[in-house]
Design a protein around this ligand. Structure first.
Ligand SMILES: C[S@@+](CC[C@H](N)C(=O)[O-])C[C@H]1O[C@@H](n2cnc3c(N)ncnc32)[C@H](O)[C@@H]1O
Length: 363
């Protein structure tokens, strides 16, 4: 599967769109605001103050409110710092990056209010379609690059077939507690390769002391030994297995489906950044969010329906590419809500996110 040709978040701004269903990513984006503001502050303080032009990229921006939250946080932090020293605000150049399948039209249509809010500023926003696993910005041009909930998507699914041709992760679509060691190792190796390439290209594109702000879906436990955090692929895999048992999906389809996604631990991310060597970590933290929200206690199954709809908006393109569009309503509309609801009924679940701020080394 060529992930970069298949993956996209649900388009448009209707009921089923990612823009409408990215509530969880919005919560994460809002919790990441202080880190972004501090990062902008230390970036400016160190070597770019007062600055004339700030080049900023949002990598894997998708559509919806998150890119706006990010850009507003950057602009307001920069303005505040310049106002305190009676300096004029710099010009801003934002590059909104995502894969070519992203709905850039809806994204840019939704930015008209944003531009009005900052009318007095010199701020241009450009679309930058392409994979961040490659190089596409000029050398030494970016001051700040942000990637929220995008770098945990892998460039490809690791090879999970034995030498004899048997599926190594039979009956599952992601790493589960009972997945064999070889599956966990293959996923980690793919993540290490992808993040190292990502860091190498960004280090070429960023100015010295430039900062990355990476926000990733992650995990707290060391070794997937106890999946106490919420990972939607678990429930999605169980729902697909149920469709297999009822004869709606062929078993072989399930056995050959593995998602291009990895929930890393803090230590794994730190290890990759240190090993690659172009950046040093300036800040790292874990944030946890209750996936059920406040209405959970009353009706976990209605929450299950909502979460299944949200899940379809970001997992749908990958799953329908493998299983076919015909089964999608049954999977996300009937089965998945039950599996999520049953799980939530057993107790509250927390989603884990990791924020990392790598700073580019000065040679
Ligand atoms: C869950 S969305 C997150 C979007 C937004 N940053 C947010 O926080 O709501 C993940 C986005 O990453 C993008 N993405 C994944 N791999 C990518 C790659 N290699 N290059 C560029 N974008 C990528 C996906 O297309 C998707 O739009």
């Amino acid at each position: 599967m060529e992930v970069k040709e298949v993956l996209f978040m649900s388009k448009g701004h209707g009921e089923d769109s990612y823009a409408h269903n990215s509530t969880y990513a919005q919560k994460v984006a809002s919790l990441a605001k202080p880190v972004i503001a501090n990062t902008v502050d230390s970036l400016l303080e160190e070597c770019f103050f007062p600055c004339k032009l700030l080049n900023v990229a949002d990598l894997g921006c998708a559509l919806g409110p998150c890119p706006v939250t990010f850009m507003s946080t950057v602009i307001e932090s920069v303005q505040k710092k310049h106002a305190l020293s009676n300096c004029p605000s710099p010009e801003f150049q934002f590059y909104l990056n995502d894969l070519p399948g992203n709905d850039f039209n809806t994204l840019f249509q939704s930015l008209s209010n944003f531009s009005q809010n900052y009318e007095s500023l010199s701020c241009s926003i450009m679309g930058a379609p392409g994979s961040f696993h490659g190089r596409f910005f000029p050398r030494n041009c970016l001051h700040l690059a942000h990637a929220s909930y995008s770098v945990h998507w892998l460039s490809q699914v690791p090879n999970l077939t034995s030498e004899e041709g048997f599926p190594l992760n039979k009956g599952r679509i992601y790493i589960s507690e009972t997945s064999p060691r070889v599956v966990k190792d293959a996923y980690l190796a793919q993540f290490q390769a992808d993040v190292s390439t990502f860091l190498k290209f960004r280090s070429e594109e960023m100015v010295d002391n430039g900062r990355l702000v990476l926000v990733l879906h992650g995990r707290k436990d060391k070794d997937f030994a106890s999946l106490n955090s919420y990972i939607i692929w678990e429930k999605l895999g169980e729902a697909i297995a149920d469709l297999v048992s009822e004869g709606f999906v062929e078993e072989e389809k399930l056995d050959t489906l593995n998602v291009p996604y990895y929930t890393a631990s803090l230590e794994e991310i730190r290890g990759i950044v240190n090993e690659e060597g172009s950046f040093q970590i300036e800040h790292m933290e874990i944030i946890e969010i209750d996936v059920g929200g406040t209405s959970l206690d009353k009706d976990p199954h209605s929450k299950g329906r909502k979460l299944a709809k949200r899940a379809r908006s970001f997992t749908g393109s990958i799953i329908s590419h493998h299983l076919g569009e015909e089964i999608m309503d049954k999977l996300y509309g009937e089965k998945l809500p039950i599996f999520i609801g049953d799980d939530l009924a057993k107790g509250r679940k927390k989603g884990v996110s990791i924020i990392a701020v790598p700073k580019k080394h000065v040679p």
